[in-house]
Every structure is written in C-alpha cells, then in structure tokens.
Design a protein around this ligand. Structure first.
Ligand code: HPA
Length: 272
C-alpha cells in the first residue's frame, strides 16, 4: 500500500496557488449528482489529472474535476466524481481528497451517494439522511500507520454523522416538504450489486440502504475531525425487491431527483 501522507503538501500548495483558499464546506458528489458543482459561482475548476498526486477517476458518468467557489454564500470545494474501492484504488487513495479538504481548512464535508433502498418503506427517488453506517467489507481506510497529525489511532464512531447536520436537514425538510427519509447506510465493496440474500441480511442487521461508497470517506472525515453529513439518493429498490438492477437506472433516477437534491444541499450549506 502506497503511503500518501507525505504527498499532501504538494497537492495542497498546488491547489492554494490556483486560488482554492480556505474552503469551509466540502461536497462529495455521487453518481448522477455531479451536476451540482455547476451551480458553484466564481468557480475554479481543475481536472484531477492536472492536480499533482491526486488520483484519477475511471467510471463513466463521473466527471473527475475539483471545483471551488461560492455556493449559498459559502466557500465550497466539490469533488465532481469520486474514487471507489471497486475501481482498484486502495482506501488511502479513495480517501485522499478528504485529507486534502482537512489540510485546506474545510470544517464540514457533505458526502452524497446513489444507493439501493433496503427499507421496505423507501421508494426510488427518496433522499435519505444517513444516521449511521455498517461496514460490511472488512476493510478500513485507517489500517496502517496512524496519521497522528490528523487524529487518534482508535476513533470513536458513536456520532460519525453529525447530529447537528441531521437536525438541520430535518428543519429544511419541514420548510420545503421534501419527505426526507433517514436510515443506516450499509457499505458493500461492489462492483457487483448485492445478492437478494445479502439484502435480506443487510435488512436483518439494521441496514436501510446499500451502496459502494461513502463509508471510507466518512471514516477518514471522522478521524481528522471534520463534521460529516451524509445523504443517499435512493435510486432503486435493492436486489430481490425489484426485477433487476442496472447502472443506467441508477443514473436516470438520480438525474430526476437532482432539483430536489440541489435545493436541499444549497439550503443546508446556507444553514451550516
Ligand atoms: N446497491 C449498491 N450500490 C448501489 C445500488 C444498489 O442497489 N444502487 C445504487 N448504488
């Protein structure tokens, strides 16, 4: 596993030189949700491949740019296209952008994703406030030497997803009537979708949604003291709950949900 800690400085100095100074809020945009970065005003946008030591995204539908600027009267930095474990990156690489956010001075990271609904009360198109997660992969991005400058060896995960963030999302839901759901996100590595038996298992152990991302970034965010807020876009019912699954449907549904999602995120950033 490649140590990336020593690379922070090169990446951070490059981004600061490009004008990405003092972002307050970071956004990680999931499948089909990347367009939100286009709402950022006075934007500075840099393709990942131009950023020294930054990983490069490989999935179709993931644009692969870091975008900085003003959104809802705050300085934000957005990852338009994230890195997934199933692409073959180790977890330190997957979570490298979160460490860069920390080094740039970010206080809050909003992590979004497309997810399958496990909870039988969910419908495709729902947005779910992530209250907690279950890591079913047996992997953890903090395995290896601890980065003491960022956080402790043993991390308290009692409140991984900020209670304040959840509260703000509920307030916005009351104001805008978005019918938000809330629940536990269960992380599988992918790239296969889950089997119906795995979904039954996820539900039995308390999962409400399943997906292939978010948990590594949330763990590292928690490790380095960022306020973590998670939102899932339920794009489909999980395996065994509908006839079949495909990536096109995931992207299609998240595209339909985009206006609602955009409204929610902008209001959230305003209230942070
Ligand atoms: N499973 C895993 N990841 C997903 C799903 C799913 O059903 N939908 C969108 N991302």
């Amino acid at each position: 596993m490649k140590r990336r800690d020593s690379m922070f400085e090169t990446t951070v100095n490059y981004l600061k030189d490009k004008g990405m100074t003092e972002p307050e809020v970071a956004l990680i945009l999931g499948s089909g949700l990347g367009d939100l970065a286009n709402q950022i005003e006075s934007a500075i946008s840099i393709p990942y491949e131009e950023i020294p030591d930054f990983p490069v995204s490989t999935v179709k539908g993931h644009a692969g740019k870091l975008v900085y600027g003003d959104l809802a009267s705050k300085k934000v930095i957005a990852l338009q296209g994230r890195f997934h474990y199933y692409e073959g990156y180790d977890l330190q690489t997957v979570t490298y952008p979160v460490r860069i956010f920390k080094e740039l001075g970010v206080k809050t990271v909003i992590i979004t994703n497309a997810a399958g609904g496990v909870n039988e009360n969910f419908t495709p198109g729902d947005l779910m406030i992530i209250t907690d997660h279950i890591n079913l992969t047996g992997e953890n991005p903090l395995i290896g030497q601890n980065l003491d400058a960022h956080g402790p060896r043993f991390v308290d995960m009692t409140e991984t997803y900020s209670k304040r963030g959840q509260q703000l999302l509920h307030e916005i839901d009351e104001e805008l009537n978005l019918s938000l759901k809330e629940g536990v996100y269960t992380w599988f590595t992918g790239p296969t979708y889950e089997t119906p038996a795995e979904i039954k298992f996820a539900r039995t152990i308390g999962g409400d949604a399943v997906g292939m991302s978010t948990v590594p970034e949330a763990i590292v965010g928690k490790h380095c003291g960022l306020e973590v807020i998670g939102i899932s876009c339920i794009t489909n019912l999980a395996a065994g709950m509908q006839s079949s699954l495909n990536h096109e449907e995931v992207v299609e549904v998240s595209t339909i949900v985009k206006p609602k999602f955009k409204q929610l995120i902008e209001k959230l950033i305003l209230k942070l």
